[in-house]
Each structure stands twice: as C-alpha cells, then as structure tokens.
Design a protein around this ligand. Sequence first.
Ligand code: GTP
Ligand code: MG
Length: 312
Amino acid sequence: MELEELPGIGKTTAEKLRDSGYLTIESVAAASLGELKDVGLGEASASKIIEAAKEAAGCMGFETGLDVLKKRELIGKLTTNSEQFNILMGGGIETQAITELYGKFGSGKTQVAHELSVTVQLPKNEGGLGGSAIYIDTENTFRPDRIQQMASALGLDSEEVLKNIHVARAYNSDHQMLLAEKASEIASEYDVRLVVVDSLTAHFRAEYTGRGTLAERQQKLNRLLHILQRRLSDPYNIAVVVTNQVMSRPDVMFGDPTVPIGGHIVGHTATFRVYLRKGKGDKRIARLIDSPNLPEGECIFEVTSDGVVDSK
Ligand code: GTP
Ligand code: MG
C-alpha cells in the first residue's frame, strides 16, 4: 500500500514523508506527532495521518492470550555452535526477538554473526532453523572465505551455505533503512530465519556527530529498529542479530566505562543484549546484560579457525 492511499495524504505530503525517510505505512504508524511535525506537517493533520496509518497497518488490533501463546510456541532457538553460549542464551538465539551483540573492536561480534549465518541453515534437530540468512553489512567486513571455513568445520557444503546468505552492503544510514525494508520484502521468498545488521550503529554514529543532531539520530535509529522488529522478526519468525560498538564514557570513574552506542533506544528495543569481551588468546567472554526471562550471566567461548566453539 502506497502512502498516497491513506486518507489525508496527498501527493506533496507523501513526497515530504518519503524525503524524510518514511517510505511505508508502518513507518508513518510508528512515528510520533513531533516527528511528523518536523517533516513539516501541522499538528492536526499529523495526528490524523498517524491514526490512519495505524488503522491501515493493522497495528490497532488486539489478540487473545491464546494467540500470543501460539505465536510464542513458534519461537526457535538458533545454536551459536558453542554449548556454553547457548546455555547463557537460554538454548540459543531466539527468533521473534532482536539480539544485540556489543563490544569493542575485535571482541568477536562479526565472527558470531558469521557463525550464525551458517548455523541457521542447519536442520532444527541440529540446532539450526533450516532457513537462510540476510546479512546487512555496513563496514564491509563480510568475508565469504570465513563462511567457507565455518561451513566446512560443520561438514556443510560451503558453496551451498554461501548461496543461502543474502548479503547487501549498506553505504549510509538511509541506505541501511532501505535495505531493512527490502529485507522484509524478500524474507518469505527466501525462507529467511536470520537477519544480521553488522553494524547497526556505525553509520549513524559517523553521520550524526554534533550534539544538536542526537535527537534526529535516535528517531531514525528507532525507526530502523521498528522495521527490524515489526516487519521482519515478528511476522516472519526471524532471529534478528545486530552488532554495536561501544564508546567510553568519560564520566564513569569506577567499573567498566564502556557503554553501547545508541543508548536507550537500542537498549529498550533489543530483547537480548550481549556484551562481548576479548579474553586470553582465542577466548571470548559473553555477558548477558538484559533479557526478559533469563538471569544475567557470563560464559566463555572461543573464536578459532573453525569459527565459534566451546572453550576447551
Ligand atoms: P569491530 O567490528 O571492529 O568492532 O570488531 P568485532 O567485534 O566485529 O570483531 P570480529 O568479530 O571481527 O573479531 C575479529 C577477531 O576475531 C580477530 O582479531 C581474531 O582475533 C579473531 N579471528 C577472526 N578470524 C579468526 C580465525 O580464523 N582464527 C582465529 N583464531 N581467530 C580469528
Ligand atoms: Mg565487526
């Protein structure tokens, strides 16, 4: 459905919305009054348009507890290929959820994302989800040869595995939004079970630098996360995994001063937050920071030439 089909939206308004990155009815439905006023709409018409978009996007419906239960029964758990890591995550990386991997450079975020792009293709009885992966690569760090190594280590045909990973390079934050939308269009066609965004925040951080741009950055990041949750993860039973760098907070004197980028917005939307740290040699430490139903905890795994494995 095009924006123009909504009552109250003419051609010019639709153009204005699209120019500001509102490409779909859902994105308008998720917008706040203030955000649409920033686009240049009056308060009354902004409010009308949001309501109409909510109606059209079917966001206003209630479902029964039984419906919710049935949907939750479909949640899959994707193996990380490390038993310890799986246990930390309550059995694996969940579908119908966003899992954020955050940590410093070299902490293993991209390695874990690569591993999951392989394991998602395993059949369910081997810890996979029997589906394909979409990999949105913002830093040009997707390495097919690394996938081949990981696939071979699992006894898989590496060429077949590569064929089932749909990679797109995002050149800037706008492009990243478009690719997320595009991902939702191809998700069912390719039986996608995993969507990786590596990195979620790098472009945003680079593009929105001054203090005055922070609110705008957060709004846009919020929209992106909304697309990932409501248009990919929920409707298609997909595990969404996003990576996030950390920054050092100068005001933290004691304890670990590193905090993930994107702050509250990412924190509140991601269902699971995992903090990765480098240990000795190949060892990596994963700490589950935030989860609706699991205890906080830590585990150790390794990144070796075979990929993610249990620590010996
Ligand atoms: P940034 O994207 O820079 O923030 O870091 P990241 O967290 O994504 O790091 P990444 O997952 O790319 O980890 C890179 C590290 O993984 C390297 O420094 C190596 O320590 C390790 N690594 C990558 N490939 C191999 C490999 O084939 N064998 C071994 N033993 N380690 C590897
Ligand atoms: Mg990386």
